[in-house]
Design a protein around this ligand. Structure first.
Ligand SMILES: Nc1ncnc2c1ncn2[C@@H]1O[C@H](COP(=O)(O)OP(=O)(O)O)[C@@H](O)[C@H]1O
Ligand SMILES: [Mg+2]
Length: 244
């Protein structure tokens, strides 16, 4: 399976979500090999992964790959090579201005496109202007991809009623884009856990003597497990359990 975290707007949590989902227990149980694929020319995750290697952190069956080419053939070959060796690929796509080549490729190649979006009219109009036209083109060309596009409400207040978030997006989203039944809450812990190449679970171990931080990181781990499981369920709903 190929999951792409796609949003032309930057700063919506794509990179954080990519690594958190890739290292979640839910994904670990379901997939025997997981590849994080960064398409960002800036290499945010590349630096983070390098730190992991320097600190000799255990990656289990998670691997890291960086593709920066904007040539379709090179991109396609890279994706196919990685997909051939991994049951799951999680792609982190950069926020993009003009052209949006990575966004187009990622939308075309992903089995499930997760679109992290805030509940704001600003994000809604940016989506309609920039990302939705790409989605519409793909669906026009490949109608089977109709069910693949899911919005994930992000930076949601931790105490917010989730059903209200779903209702909000059900109301505003255009045809063929639906709201995932999970949210990604805003928590300060997400801004801090990934220093020194840490993932969320390693950070939890590091702060286990600090009760306050431990309580916060437990909540974040619960968020990530719930949303990762929802993503797996959505994919199984789309493609059936046996196909991988
Ligand atoms: N759930 C969250 N709550 C609060 N801050 C977050 C959350 N997820 C990510 N962040 C922070 O928001 C900023 C953007 O996140 P990032 O994952 O880099 O987004 P993107 O890859 O979409 O640009 C970063 O500073 C990150 O630490
Ligand atoms: Mg990013």
């Amino acid at each position: 399976m190929i999951i792409g975290f796609v949003q032309t707007k930057g700063g919506t949590g794509k990179s954080t979500l990519t690594v958190s989902a890739a290292f979640s227990k839910a994904m670990d149980r379901r997939f025997s090999s997981i590849a994080i694929v960064e398409l960002d020319p800036q290499g945010t995750l590349k630096n983070w992964w390098q730190e992991r290697e320097e600190m000799e952190r255990a990656n289990g069956h998670v691997s890291f790959h960086h593709i920066s080419s904007t040539q379709k053939e090179v991109f396609q070959q890279g994706i196919e090579a990685i997909a051939g060796h991994n049951e799951l690929m999680v792609m982190d796509i950069p926020g993009e201005g003009t052209g949006k080549l990575h966004t187009r490729f990622a939308c075309a190649f992903s089995d499930l496109v997760i679109i992290p979006m805030r509940m704001s009219t600003n994000d809604e109009s940016a989506f309609m202007e920039n990302l939705y036209p790409i989605i519409r083109d793909i669906i026009r060309a490949v109608p089977e991809k109709r069910g693949c596009f899911r919005v994930l409400p992000v930076f949601v207040h931790p105490l917010a009623n989730h059903q209200r978030c779903y209702d909000y997006f059900d109301d505003i989203l255009p045809p063929h884009v639906s709201c995932l039944r999970a949210v990604y809450p805003g928590r300060s812990i997400y801004e801090n856990f990934n220093r020194m190449g840490l993932n969320l679970n390693e950070y939890a171990v590091m702060v286990e003597n600090n009760q306050k931080l431990t309580r916060q990181v437990e909540k974040a781990v619960n968020d990530v497990e719930a949303l990762s499981q929802t993503i797996i369920n959505s994919w199984e709903g789309l493609y059936g359990q046996e196909e991988r």
